[in-house]
Design a protein around this ligand. Sequence first.
Ligand code: MLT
Length: 265
Amino acid sequence: MADTLQFCAYTTFGDLADYPIFCLHAFPLKGSMLYSVAQQLSLEGYYVIVPDLRGFGASPISPEPVEMAQMADDILSIADECQLDRFAIAGLSMGGYVALALWKSAPARCSHLLLIDTRAGADTEKGRQSREDTAQIALVNGVDAVAQQMIPRLLSEFTVQHNPATVAAVRAMINGNTPYGIASASRGMALRPDSTPLLPEIDIPTLVCVGEQDIITNIEEAQHMAQAIPQAQLTVIPKAGHLTAIDAPATLTVAMASFMRNTKQ
Ligand code: MLT
């Protein structure tokens, strides 16, 4: 079912009576990158809400940098609209930054965190410069230039070399966004604070997942994050690159569903 709010568009999968889980997408994609995972999770008995984060897909675009805390507020607005008091929150990469921001602002609303191909640290100075470069590429050269530059880093080498249909689908998802939306989110990511000091305070079940071949975040970063969170478990998704939800959706869903099943709701 597709629905639109004043601030954010979202699609739901499954039965409203089932346990709710938000799934938040990566940069510079949109909610549809998670539809395969969401569909499979709904068959496992979860009510899955997949938003287009602000600036992406069918959601509104802001000319200003969009901070992760703003995106987290958008998720809370959807939860209020759907009358969801408590829910699990899964975020992939940029979606993970938003999940951490959401836990920071409304910990009582979060029952589980699933941090996928993401990190807790802020950007370095070089990282912030590269966010600005990405924003400029989007605004000056267009969205497809961003897609071409990022795809080899987003997907596993195997997918890039042997799965042209998947590469084309990811490129089309990126090209469905606007230069302004991409630039605002890129600049917003550069402003995110270091969430590392929060990690020991996370007192809910947490799954940290990372693609074995992720070169944007990596296994070491995921290990540090999992070690710092008291109730965290770490799962490495074999043969997957950064976008595990696209390189290995079935394996990722099994990891998410078994984590949810084995932890209190
Ligand atoms: C993402 O996949 O959301 C981005 O690669 C995150 C980032 O660049 O830090």
